[in-house]
Design a protein around this ligand. Structure first.
Ligand SMILES: Cc1cc2nc3c(=O)[nH]c(=O)nc-3n(C[C@H](O)[C@H](O)[C@H](O)COP(=O)(O)OP(=O)(O)OC[C@H]3O[C@@H](n4cnc5c(N)ncnc54)[C@H](O)[C@@H]3O)c2cc1C
Length: 512
């Protein structure tokens, strides 16, 4: 029987939408090109013993009444899909030569720590923090579904937010004349956006920074449990998640999408699938090209003309007979830069492929939950993340697989040199397994064009008014992914839930 919803892709927004619809009694079929569900959130096992999550580290908006919690409650999963909180005294540890700052949950405590480090800039820091807080409040009332009465009641906050509509984080740092090291410490979580302050939307930074302050979380039973639980809801309600099905064509008649063609990546057979409504979780621009851009309205065509976010480099590592807690790691992330200026650091790595002064994130998933994971008890997992240029890696891989491998190794060595110098002497001696991923790895395993990390790039131009949403202008066809909502675990929960809410009329979202 034809499903009510045929979904292309099993990324988080698709699974959330699909689970909510299935739970509400609709028949849902999902077609996923990869052998695992979850998109960027999928989990993979290597060397039999070691399990890694592809691209999720920590998440926000999971507390009581917040988006993730509301969705899980609606699905009856809130008692089984639970989260561990990062250390509220310091969930992100920012490190650069000569400076250290642990970001606490409390904004006033953050201000106090910043003032201790930069007493001469106290007043400017205080005004900056004030506007960060007010902008966050204003954005709550400006995010859809907008309630005009609430916007009026919170005019001060809304006005504060609106004045930064087109601002980058750097614009706001400059407005308040913050000292460069203070800027660097505050923006060191740049791998969460893969953009430097000069290009990053101030809104994007505020939402993530304040979101994590309200609570940075890690799933008690790791990310695969979240993905598996959403899949289970779909399957328990007579739905299907079909893996290894790569959609190669959308069937469109008279501006109406009726189904798709997909090739089975194991048997190489091509099959047609139809659905009353088709939901597109794969990259909207790529899907639109498959359909024919001219089929879309001029407004949607304009919105589809987005630039992709930069891609990334990942190193997934296993260390043995080493407790990372003895070396400054714990229920927090560590963000490190060797270069004191993040705009420069980013340009060196992204534009010049020079990793001699790297800036990167270090995450330690085994330290975040006591739940048993597929990693032997004498081992711990540690992951490193930084930016990388797709065009460069793509060309290297095409021209010389050896040069491609050497470049990945060079970046890894540069990161490990910093790790051994500042954190864990003899780290390499304890390293029993590692695998590195480049922009082309992202493209191969997450099917993201140009290996993009966060969908459309999080610049001010692309974060606000001209941003794509669910609307496609074709009948029975909706977009539902990071680029047509917002990237990140909680934002993709929100994206899937918002589409569910719009199509079903069942209101589940609040202003979180
Ligand atoms: C390096 C990195 C680190 C990150 N860290 C975090 C973090 O710490 N916290 C956080 O909250 N977020 C993080 N994110 C962001 C988060 O992972 C993503 O924003 C989110 O998972 C995207 O979900 P999505 O719904 O857009 O779908 P996607 O994950 O983009 O999934 C799309 C799915 O569609 C499938 N697909 C594509 N084409 C086809 C086709 N033709 N046929 C069938 N299927 C197809 C793909 O295989 C994929 O499964 C990170 C992302 C990256 C890259």
């Amino acid at each position: 029987m034809k499903p009510d919803y045929l979904i292309v892709g099993s990324g988080l927004s698709a699974l959330v939408f699909g689970a909510l619809m299935a739970h509400a009694g609709k028949k849902v079929h999902i077609l996923e090109a990869h052998e695992h569900a979850g998109g960027f959130g999928h989990t993979f096992t290597l060397s039999k013993d070691y399990t890694f999550n592809a691209q999720l580290h920590y998440v926000w908006d999971c507390g009581e009444g917040h988006t993730v919690n509301r969705v899980l409650k609606k699905l009856g999963l809130d008692q089984t899909v639970t989260f561990e909180r990062y250390d509220p005294q310091g969930f992100d540890h920012m490190r650069m030569p000569g400076y250290k700052l642990d970001i606490p949950s409390d904004l006033q405590e953050l201000l106090r720590r910043l003032m201790d480090l930069f007493p001469e800039a106290g007043d400017r820091l205080s005004r900056f923090i004030h506007d960060v807080d007010k902008t966050r409040e204003g954005l709550k009332y400006l995010s859809p579904p907008i309630q005009p009465l609430e916007v009026l009641q919170h005019g001060g906050e809304v006005f504060c937010a609106i004045q930064y509509l087109n601002s980058t984080l750097q614009d706001v740092f400059d407005k308040f004349k913050l000292p460069l090291p203070a800027q660097t410490l505050l923006a060191l979580q740049w791998p969460d956006f893969l953009l430097p302050p000069q290009q990053l939307s101030f809104y994007a930074w505020v939402l993530l920074f304040r979101g994590y302050q309200e609570g940075a979380f890690y799933p008690t039973q790791h990310f695969e449990h979240v993905i598996d639980s959403l899949v289970q809801v779909i399957e328990e309600h007579d739905g299907k998640v079909l893996l290894n099905q790569e959609v190669t064509k959308f069937c469109v008649t008279a501006q109406t999408v009726t189904g798709v063609e997909a090739i089975d990546r194991i048997t190489h057979e091509t099959r047609e699938f139809s659905g009353d409504t088709v939901i597109c979780n794969m990259d909207p621009k790529k899907a639109a090209k498959m359909i024919g851009i001219s089929q879309f309205s001029k407004t949607v065509q304009r919105k589809l003309n987005y630039e992709y976010s930069p891609s990334n480099y990942m190193a997934y590592c296993v260390v043995k007979d080493l407790d990372l807690r003895d070396y400054g790691f714990g229920k927090w992330n560590v963000f490190h830069t060797e270069h004191p200026d993040l705009n420069e650091a980013f340009a060196q790595m992204y534009e010049h492929h020079d990793y001699s002064k790297p800036s990167f994130a270090i995450t330690t998933p085994t330290l975040l939950s006591d739940s048993v994971r597929d990693c032997p008890p004498d081992c711990q997992i540690v992951e490193f993340l930084t930016v990388a240029n797709y065009a460069y890696f793509h060309q290297l891989r095409q021209e010389s697989p050896k040069a491609y491998r050497l470049k990945k190794q060079e970046i890894f060595d540069s990161i490990l040199d910093v790790v051994e110098a500042h954190y864990v002497p003899n780290f390499r001696k304890h390293l029993v397994f590692h695998v590195t991923g480049s922009p082309t790895t992202n493209e191969r395993f997450c099917w993201c064009p140009q290996g993009n990390s966060y969908g459309s790039s999080l610049t001010p131009q692309q974060m606000t008014l001209g941003r794509l949403n669910h609307h496609t202008s074709l009948r029975n066809f909706y977009f539902c992914n990071a680029s047509s909502g917002y990237p990140g675990f909680a934002p993709t929960f929100w994206t899937g839930a918002l589409l569910y809410q719009n199509l079903s009329g069942d209101v589940i979202l609040g202003n979180s």
